[in-house]
Design a protein around this ligand. Structure first.
Ligand code: AMP
Ligand code: MG
Length: 494
């Protein structure tokens, strides 16, 4: 492309040694059409939405043109997939165009997903189907609006081509934005090859990019490990407190930045059951809702293993340092999770019985098949006025069981400050009304796939951008699925 690039790229990953990636160009598609540009995000990234929406901009977002200062590359990584180690994965259908510095001074990757084969595609076609692209757009932007660290959606385009899965499906390219795409599996790739120099290089890059304060620590690599652990502990606590199930927490799908990444079979729970699994490929429930903290810790142990040679010269010392760091996970997670639950229940002060009270509500919800999101949202009003208890109780198959719990909750609330309006407002800022419910996501994908109708997608994205506000004209988006609408299984979409 000859004209000025709409992206003021500054590409730090491309300056790393050659073995970190494969330089790869996107493969052009037949007839790209813009589905959606995230204009607010574009502006935050210092990009001009008008230029991205022009034919030249759309060509870039489809992989048909490469801006002149881009350094397109596929990152290499490894990973434990369902606990089995795969030494060579890598971006099989994604290409990093480059990095820009956003308005907050944060470096952000701009990556195309579904942009054609790379040296790491193995048997895959390097492409993405429209459904999973819309799903990632909706889910990742919903997570951002909910306040959860996540990669983001800059754009989605259709390709005018089909991709072949079990059937022919319309193809699409997704533009993903991340504070980096470096994964636990990126470290594993080099560690598995005994390439200590590369592990160190990567660790230094991650410290410079994500954890600059670690550089001044006594042991910067221990500080790096502890920082990643802290971010992941906080992240998983947030997932649990909004009912999010990632679905495929392989080590290649866990960032070192602490952002949620790789929205494949992920889903939000409607009715609260801690053992819930949606992913069609997770037959044994390894990545069930309640297993997520344990899996995160397991993945962090894998990260720690890769860092051992950097932690200390002496192996025993290194192992001890790693173990001490890993022990911080459980405590950090429990603290963040408990704090989140307290806020959801309207408690500002910390009292000994709080965690038990919260767990008893969850148990009651599981026994009563109560909707997770509606229960907590309903508590906001009930906290201000006990007349709303009946509304919350009606979400339970046995409202009397909720009433027993609610009486104890109200006694506990009496120990809090008297300003019930302030409490209601605080609770409403952590208990969303709107989440991307599976049946709603399925409905908009259906309209897009079958009728090229993107209006339902637009509307859903718009509603989910304000998850904590009441939106009276969007009441249908708060409803749990009717029995015939329940989505039992979600798919990776690869
Ligand atoms: P995921 O399960 O989406 O995290 O992907 C696991 C691995 O498979 C990654 O290395 C992906 O890049 C690769 N992959 C997934 N889908 C495709 C595809 N359609 N073509 C090529 N590689 C793919
Ligand atoms: Mg992945």
């Amino acid at each position: 492309m000859s004209e000025a690039s709409p992206f003021p790229f500054d590409n730090s990953y491309a300056r790393l040694p050659d073995r970190f990636f494969a330089r790869t160009l996107p493969t052009p598609v037949k007839a790209p059409q813009l589905i959606k540009l995230n204009e607010a995000l574009a502006r935050h990234l210092g990009l001009d939405p008008e230029s991205l929406k022009s034919p030249e901009g759309i060509a870039i977002l489809a992989g048909n043109a490469v801006p002149e200062n881009a350094t397109p590359l596929a990152m290499t990584y490894a990973g434990h997939q369902f606990a089995s180690f795969v030494p060579q994965l890598g971006d099989g259908r994604a290409i990093l165009l480059g990095e820009v510095i956003d308005r907050d001074g944060v470096r952000r990757d701009i990556q195309l997903k579904g942009s054609g084969p790379t040296p790491f595609s193995r048997r895959g076609d390097g492409r993405a189907a429209l459904g999973p692209v819309l799903r990632e757009y909706i889910l990742s932007e919903a997570m951002w609006a909910l306040g959860v660290p996540t990669t983001r959606a800059l754009a989605a385009v259709t390709t005018g081509e089909y991709v072949f899965r079990d059937e022919a499906l319309p193809g699409a390219v997704f533009t993903r934005v991340a504070s980096s795409h470096i994964r636990v599996g990126t470290f594993q790739f080099f560690a598995a090859r005994g390439d200590k120099e590369a592990v160190q290089h990567l660790a230094d890059h991650v410290i410079a990019r994500h954890y600059p304060e670690a550089r001044d620590a006594n042991n910067p690599y221990v500080a790096l490990l502890e920082s990643v652990i802290a971010r992941q502990a906080a992240l998983i606590a947030q997932w649990l407190n909004i009912g999010f199930i990632h679905g495929v927490m392989n080590t290649d799908n866990m960032t070192v930045s602490g952002e949620t990444i790789d929205y494949g079979p992920c889903a939000f729970m409607d009715f609260y059951h801690p053992e819930t699994v949606y992913s069609s490929i997770d037959a044994r429930g390894r990545y069930a809702f309640q297993n997520q903290p344990g899996i995160a810790q397991w993945n962090l142990v894998r990260l720690a293993e890769t860092l051992l040679p950097l932690l200390a010269e002496n192996e025993d010392t290194a192992v001890k340092l790693a173990q001490a760091s890993l022990e911080t996970f459980a405590q950090a997670f429990e603290a963040a999770y408990a704090a989140g639950l307290r806020a959801k229940l309207g408690f500002v002060t910390v009292r000994p019985g709080d965690e038990t009270l919260a767990q008893e509500l969850l148990a009651c919800m599981a026994a009563g098949n109560a909707d997770f999101t509606l229960t907590f949202r309903g508590l906001c009003d009930a906290a201000a006025d006990a007349r709303h208890d009946a509304t919350v109780g009606s979400l339970f198959s046995d409202p009397a069981a909720f009433d027993v719990w609610a009486a104890r909750w109200r006694a506990r609330l009496a120990e809090e400050g008297a300003d019930s309006e302030a409490r209601r407002a605080a609770m409403r800022s952590v208990n969303p009304a709107f989440i991307p419910r599976n049946h709603l996501v399925a409905e908009v994908i259906d309209a897009a796939e079958k009728n090229s109708d993107f209006a339902p997608f637009e509307r859903l994205v718009q509603v989910l951008a304000r998850p904590y506000d009441d939106q009276p004209d969007a009441a249908r988006y708060t409803r749990p699925p009717a029995p015939h609408e329940v989505v039992e299984k979600t798919f990776c979409g690869t």
